[in-house]
Design a binder for this molecule. Structure first.
Ligand SMILES: C[S@@+](CC[C@H](N)C(=O)[O-])C[C@H]1O[C@@H](n2cnc3c(N)ncnc32)[C@H](O)[C@@H]1O
Length: 177
């Protein structure tokens, strides 16, 4: 029971993001010109699966997942993909794993509102520093609580409310300030 509660605290939800919500998130990415993509908080890989279908041949996808069993499954599934890098570690360590380059797109379903505040600040600061001038950071949230925090680091280019998700989700398209 304790481990189940602990797991919910890490994952934020037990239900994967819906296919239509993921399609909406990925519609903000220009895959033709996107060479470095990050996915933060991959879980069972619902977003990863759709990302790999659109990935440019020369692009690299870096996927961060903290829970060992999710990371292990993803590593097995994508072991033959040379440009998909599954990283079993916290998303705050982006700079440890992603080569010294700018990030063209980042898709995140991290449960930021229940995560450690220092970890969240490190992630947002790193992305704000590393995002390329035309780069996009797409974050899904279940509440609007972190909107002011996002504004400290990014320009909110677009906000969408997606009803076709359980629970319904707020999608943020964030760009460099
Ligand atoms: C809400 S789930 C999203 C799963 C999947 N991307 C989806 O959309 O269905 C959030 C995921 O983030 C992972 N996570 C939580 N904190 C993390 C961190 N600091 N770094 C990397 N992943 C983390 C959890 O283990 C969980 O799998």
């Amino acid at each position: 029971m304790f481990s189940y509660i602990k797991r919910i605290q890490t994952t934020g939800t037990v239900i994967s993001t819906s296919s239509s919500t993921i399609q909406k998130m990925l519609s903000y990415i220009d895959f033709e010109h996107t060479k470095t993509i990050l996915e933060l908080g991959a879980g069972k890989g619902a977003v990863t699966q759709q990302l790999t279908q659109h990935l440019h041949l020369e692009a690299n996808l870096y996927v961060f997942e903290l829970l060992p069993e999710f990371a292990k499954n993803l590593k097995n599934k994508y072991q033959s993909y040379k440009n998909v890098h599954i990283i079993h570690d916290s998303a705050e360590k982006i700079t440890h794993y992603v080569p010294n380059t700018t990030i063209d797109a980042c898709v995140s379903v991290l449960p930021l509102s229940i995560m450690n505040k220092n970890v969240v600040h490190t992630i947002l600061y790193t992305l704000a520093e590393q995002l390329s001038p035309n780069g996009v950071f797409i974050q899904l949230q279940y509440t609007r609580r972190l909107e002011n925090l996002f504004k400290n680091y990014f320009h909110i280019a677009k906000k969408d409310f997606h009803f076709w998700n359980i629970p319904p989700a707020h999608l943020y398209l964030l760009r460099r300030k």
